[in-house]
Design a protein around this ligand. Structure first.
Ligand code: ARG
Length: 590
């Protein structure tokens, strides 16, 4: 079975077909005007053009066939020919029971048996993770979870920047400062120490200094470039030192990502793709797709229909060095070989759009992917501070991710104290709640915006328990949990009644519950978690309104109480599922 709107579309589509009209014109969607109707079908407008009749006449013919239909209690025509529909209580009740019985909440597992790679996070080793990595991680995690939910074998790949000039800068800086280290003894080729010579703190302090030194002095930069080339040729000491830097960086990243409930299936990076480059590039040249151009080797990606210029993708620079695009192409080769994915989704800053357009075009031209593999750049806008420019520390520097998470937790702790939450709980549980509130605040603030838009990060507003915030939604979820616990204690466990009694308030939330499968479908299809975030908010709000109008435990009519408990149970399951797909964990109590 499928989403309610899909079921209704089939039903109305059959009637359109009966009238000699295209079935797909029977598409039904949730009404734009919930005050007037629950659902609407606008197909009579398009049908009018085909049948050369007035839309209203067509609508009347359709409505005539729906007169005694047990699904609908009201069918009417509005304006020029919009068909408004209202379900019978029985039909809605049956559908809710069907939804509650379905382990996947009626979401079709359209990705079954197919692999999808989601490339997100993308931090660089040896550089501190900063807020710039936040959006990619948060959005990417949700995209991956949503694809998994609809059945894909979705793999999140962190795609570390671990092989660029920044690593040459770091290694050469070490050599300048500690020439005596064994890693720099050219006569030595193995048996390096197993313990790293530095900590992540040292590394995070060293990188900006090495970068600054290289950028301000050409000779120093030449040393960094030479070290990068030597590293890329796997000079043993450099490679051993690189490995240490890699390990300590990854350990620090795992901590930061773990604190955000972001988990990767694959910890691969640019370095892992390097071995694929020579054969790939050779073949591209042999096939005539990659050509010599002023000493460089490039792939032309411009198409006749382009309205603007697309510069060629550079495979090798004239000095023989490979580029970001080369590595991305080699990574595609590697992914195809290892996982045979049907799609690759790159959750990366929108400012890299041209790069991905070049890479995707080059991948198609050179046929390293099959024609039907989807390549998607799910770009995103900038997280700004309240001054409207990219978010910074008070001192105007780049905000480290771990500092931001810390700030979030401090603020959440304050809010929890203000609201007298958990006064009787252990310190440990309070800390866990504060952490979850902070994650919800930070992630929801990000995910509620459409991906491509810039947004303003305002910690005060987004940690509030009121308004469109993560903490507000958590609070509603926890309220449902607490009600269900009390019900259990009072001897009323939730079970599916044979029919659900639906008054006006119950119907309002019931209709929102039924939207879940189409929301998931939309979020998955367009890689837009904000659709899901919006849904979670509407559901939380609808529950809050239901809760204030409909007593549950205090209701003495047993069937009504059971119906309301069932609605609460289903609302909680769908809300927790939505939050989980957003990457937001829910505490047991608050
Ligand atoms: N490391 C890159 C950066 O910091 C992001 C990597 C994105 N993924 C990719 N396959 N290019 O900008």
């Amino acid at each position: 079975m499928t989403a309610l709107t899909a079921q209704l579309s089939n039903h109305i589509g059959a009637i359109f077909k009966n009238q000699g009209l295209p079935e797909e014109l029977g598409a039904v969607r949730t009404s734009d005007r919930p005050d007037l109707a629950q659902f609407q079908c606008n197909g009579a407008m398009a049908a009018a053009k085909i049948a050369k009749k007035a839309p209203r006449m067509i609508a009347e013919a359709i409505v005539a066939e729906l007169q005694n239909d047990p699904l609908f209690s009201e069918v009417s025509i509005a304006g020029p020919g919009f068909i408004n529909l209202k379900l019978t209580e029985e039909a809605l009740s049956n559908h809710l029971l069907e939804l509650g019985n379905s382990p996947s909440f009626l979401v079709p597992d359209s990705g079954q048996g197919k692999c999808a790679i989601v490339d997100y996070g993308g931090p660089n080793t040896a550089k501190p993770m900063h807020v710039g990595h936040l959006r990619s991680s948060i959005i990417g995690e949700s995209v991956k979870r949503t694809l998994k939910f609809i059945g894909y074998d979705a793999k999140g790949d962190i795609h570390l920047g671990d092989w660029g000039t920044h690593m040459g800068m770091v290694i050469s800086e070490f050599e300048i400062r500690h020439p005596e280290w064994v890693y720099f003894d050219e006569n030595k080729v193995d048996d390096y120490p197993s313990e790293p010579p530095v900590t992540i703190k040292d590394l995070e302090k060293l990188y900006p200094e090495a970068s600054q030194a290289s950028k301000s002095n050409e000779d120093r930069m030449a040393i960094s470039r030479k070290a990068t080339a030597d590293l890329q040729n796997k000079r043993p000491g450099y490679y051993a030192l690189w490995q240490h830097c890699f390990n300590i960086s990854v350990e620090a990243m795992k901590k930061n990502f773990g604190a955000l409930d972001v988990y990767f299936d694959l910890w691969l990076g640019e370095s892992n793709a390097q071995d694929y480059i020579p054969d790939m590039a050779q073949k591209m040249q042999d096939d005539g797709h990659a050509i010599k151009d002023r000493g460089a080797i490039v792939i032309h990606v411009q198409q006749d229909t382009d309205k603007k210029e697309y510069p060629p993708l550079i495979l090798y620079k004239s000095d023989g060095a490979v580029m970001y695009g080369t590595t991305d192409l080699a990574t595609i080769v590697q992914r195809v070989e290892d996982f045979d994915p049907v799609k690759m989704v790159y959750v990366v800053d929108q400012r890299q759009h041209l790069h991905f357009e070049q890479v995707f075009r080059a991948a198609r031209i050179t046929k390293i992917i099959k024609d039907d593999v989807e390549m998607i750049h799910a770009g995103f806008g900038t997280m700004n501070g309240q001054d409207g420019t990219p978010f910074k520390t008070r001192a105007g520097g780049v905000m480290k991710l771990q500092d931001l998470i810390k700030m979030g937790i401090e603020k959440a702790t304050l809010r929890i104290e203000e609201a007298n939450i958990g006064e009787s709980y252990s310190a440990e549980e309070r800390a866990d709640i504060a952490h979850k509130v902070a994650i919800a605040a930070i992630k929801f603030a990000d995910l509620q915006n459409s991906r491509i838009a810039d947004y303003i990060f305002d910690l005060d507003r987004l940690t509030s328990f009121e308004g469109k915030t993560g903490p507000y939604i958590l609070y509603q979820a926890v309220r449902m949990k607490s009600l269900l616990r009390k019900a259990e204690d009072q001897g009323f466990p939730v079970h599916a009644p044979s029919t659900i009694e639906l008054g006006d308030h119950e119907t309002q939330i019931a209709l929102i519950l039924t939207e879940f499968p189409s929301v998931i479908e939309q979020a998955a299809q367009n890689y837009t978690p904000h659709v899901l975030a919006d849904y979670a908010y509407r559901l939380a709000q609808a529950y809050s309104s239901f809760y204030s109008h409909c007593p549950v435990l205090g209701e003495t009519d047993e069937e009504l109480r059971q119906s309301r408990l069932y609605i609460t149970g289903l609302a909680l399951r769908l809300l927790e599922q939505s939050l989980d797909l957003l990457g937001i964990p829910t505490p047991e109590r608050m």
